[in-house]
Structures are given as C-alpha cells and as structure tokens.
Design a protein around this ligand. Structure first.
Ligand code: G4P
Length: 270
C-alpha cells in the first residue's frame, strides 16, 4: 500500500463522511474505486466539481446515476462561494442517522466530521478554501504540508479535515486515460498532443460538432486531420518555414477545450 493510501486509511477512521470530488466532465474516469473500499463504513457524498465546464444535461444524468447508487450528490463550481450552504445541509442530511443516534445516547455538540478526497486537480483545495470561507487550506498538492491533524470548523455541527486525501487516477483502460489527458490530468510532457487533438476532434465531431464550427468556423465534414489543418489555417498557426503548423493548432484546440472556450462539454455518459 502506498504511503498516501495508508495515510488516508488512518484519516478515514477519524471521520463520518467522505466528500469525494470528481470532475463533472468525466465523473467516471476521474474516480478511483479504491475509495469505495477505504470508505466502506462511512457516509458518502459526491461533489461533481467544475460543473461550469460540463454539459448541464449530462451532469443531471450523472447526478441521478450516483443518487441511485446511494450517494448524496451536488454539482458545483468550487471557485464560487455561493452554493456552499447547501453542502452543509446535505452533509447534515447524509449523516442524519448518526446525529439522531448521538442524540438518543445523550451525546450533544459532537460535530459531524468530514474529509475531502479526490484525484489531483479536481479542485480539492479550491473547494476547501471556498467552503471554509477563508484561505485556511493551502492550495496546490503538497502532501505533508500539515503534519498534525487540523480541523476546520465550518459550522457549529460540521468539521472538515484541512488536508484532502489524494487518490490516484486509474489508467486501467485506454479511454479513461485519454479522457484524463483531455482535461489535463496527466503530465502534458509525456503526451502526444497532436494525437490527443485528433482524438478530441473525433469525439467533438460526433458529440458536439457545433463546438468546432462555432469557435473556429471550420467544416467538420473532412477527416480529423483535415479539421486540424483547417483550425491551423483559420487561426494562422504557422511554423518558422511559413507552413501550417499542426502542433500549434493541436495545442490551441486542447487549451480552448480545457478552459471551456469550446462550450460546456462532458466526455462520458453514465
Ligand atoms: P486539487 O487540490 O484537487 O489538486 O485542485 P485545485 O484546487 O488546485 O484546482 C485545480 C485547478 O482547477 C485550479 O486551476 C482551480 O482554479 C481549478 N478549479 C477548481 N474548481 C473549479 C471549478 O469548479 N471550475 C473551474 N472552471 N475550475 C476550477 P489552476 O489553473 O490550476 O490554478 P489557478 O489558475 O486557478 O490558480
């Protein structure tokens, strides 16, 4: 077992509810099923984050899918503070059974304890910062920044562990790995960006053709390579030798996709 996983196993013992962040554009591929085993006796909540970048209709489909599996679900943009109140309400609702059990046993003022988990870059630190209302959680991925356990009191009845649990993305199947690459969850240096752009165009041509025609005014009738060449032409992506530069166009396309400039797009459906 890796150190991170061992640590999470220890941390999970201290909490009542696991708040798992996933990326709303790939709610399946941005999960690591290890958490089901690690958090098996805990209340569970899924936050579909970066919902501002995802297709609203698909997000609703995913929300019903996860709800059917027994998770409490919220979709959100963690950079915004509004909507955080509903999260507290949902945590209380999810842990209602425990709260009532405590009450019956005469235990008062014992807050519900929660922990945020997720793969890198899903927005764990952003969420903790927004939720906690002030910058008391450090942004970025630096496991070990906080040595002792620190709890952030969010509400008289809810406390959050200030360090999120980091899960590894799973690269078990090719499609999942590719989707993680599309959203930027993999180190771009090891990726073949040209190939990635071709794959992205293939998906967009099928599922969201307007994202390409509207953004670049290109036709999607030809092959993926034709579309990429068109984008290079329209956007004047030229190499030093004054030829159309596929790679520049590929990088531009991927960057536009990641930042939402191609519109709200979800890469997988339940
Ligand atoms: P992590 O702790 O899970 O690793 O993720 P982190 O909070 O560091 O967030 C990763 C990136 O995702 C950050 O952008 C953050 O601003 C962005 N982000 C987080 N939540 C949302 C969301 O709901 N919607 C959108 N659109 N973006 C979100 P960055 O470019 O790496 O950093 P920065 O430029 O914002 O500083």
């Amino acid at each position: 077992m890796t150190k991170a996983k061992r640590q999470m196993k220890e941390d999970i013992k201290l909490i009542d509810i696991v708040i798992e962040l996933v990326d709303a554009r790939i709610p399946f591929s941005s999960r690591n099923p290890d958490i089901d085993e690690l958090g098996k006796n805990k209340y569970r909540m899924i936050l579909m984050n970066k919902a501002d970048l995802a297709d609203k209709e698909a997000t609703d489909e995913w929300a019903s899918y996860f709800k059917k599996q027994g998770y409490y679900v919220v979709s959100l943009d963690a950079r915004k503070r509004n909507g955080m109140k509903s999260i507290t309400d949902m945590i209380m609702e999810a842990c209602r059974e425990k709260i009532e059990r405590d009450k019956k046993r005469g235990i008062k003022n014992r807050p519900v304890r929660a922990m945020v988990v997720g793969i890198p870059n899903v927005g764990k630190s952003t969420f903790i910062n927004s939720y906690a209302g002030k910058a008391c959680a450090k942004t970025g991925n630096r496991p070990g920044v906080t040595k002792g356990k620190q709890w952030i009191r969010l509400h008289k009845d809810v406390e959050l562990l200030d360090t999120p649990g980091i899960l590894w993305p799973k690269f078990e199947d090719q499609m999942g790995g590719q989707r993680l690459a599309f959203i930027g969850s993999m180190n771009d240096e090891i990726l073949n960006t040209d190939e990635l752009a071709v794959q992205l165009i293939r998906f967009l041509k099928e599922q969201y053709p307007f994202s390409l025609t509207e953004r670049y005014q290109v036709s999607t009738d030809g092959t993926e390579a034709d579309v990429l060449l068109e984008i290079a032409r329209v956007r004047n992506c030229m190499s030093k030798g004054n030829e159309l530069d596929y790679s520049k166009a590929a990088a531009l396309l991927i960057d536009d996709f990641r930042s939402g400039r191609l519109g709200r797009i979800t890469l997988e459906r339940p």
